[in-house]
Design a protein around this ligand. Structure first.
Ligand SMILES: [Fe+2]
Ligand SMILES: [Fe+2]
Length: 151
């Protein structure tokens, strides 16, 4: 075997097991998020907040797509998805919903950036790029919410 193309995973601080655990943690964050957005879309009332309701409805689809990708990758890496979503009921007020979600989206950006770094250390290029792409999606969600909140 050509030594130049051999990857010595012991030379990195990231193991496949640690990456699978990180992907599973993020899978649960995504499931938590799309369940919360689904409920929040149903809870939002008032014509003034209709754009927020539309945003939640469209983001449910985005977050399901993120969750599906994470589940696929956990399986591909030899892991087993373990479901443990946070089922805490969402806040009642729209402003409070948006403030909580802006924080959660910012945390997701940080988590995806960390997962991209871990995937890069394991030379998993497509996973690394997809984690960066999903970080960008979450940052767009955060920016849209920030604009709708008008603060
Ligand atoms: Fe997401
Ligand atoms: Fe998001």
């Amino acid at each position: 075997m050509n030594a130049q193309t051999t990857v010595d995973s012991s030379a990195t601080s990231t193991s496949t097991e640690a990456l699978i655990a990180g992907l599973n943690d993020q899978l649960n964050r995504e499931i938590t998020t799309f369940l919360r957005y689904m409920l929040q879309a149903a809870q939002v009332k008032g014509a003034a907040w209709e754009p927020v309701r539309d945003l939640y409805l469209s983001e449910v689809v985005d977050e399901v797509g993120h969750a599906q990708y994470l589940a696929n990758q956990i399986i591909a890496l030899g892991g087993t998805p373990k479901l443990a979503p946070d089922l805490t009921p969402p806040p009642e007020g729209v402003g409070e919903m948006l403030r909580c979600d802006i924080d959660a989206e910012a945390n997701d950006v940080a988590h995806y950036s960390h997962l991209a770094k871990m995937a890069g250390e394991l030379c998993l290029s497509s996973l690394m790029m997809k984690m960066e792409e999903q970080a960008a999606d979450e940052d767009e969600h955060r920016q849209t919410m920030q604009r709708l909140l008008g603060e």
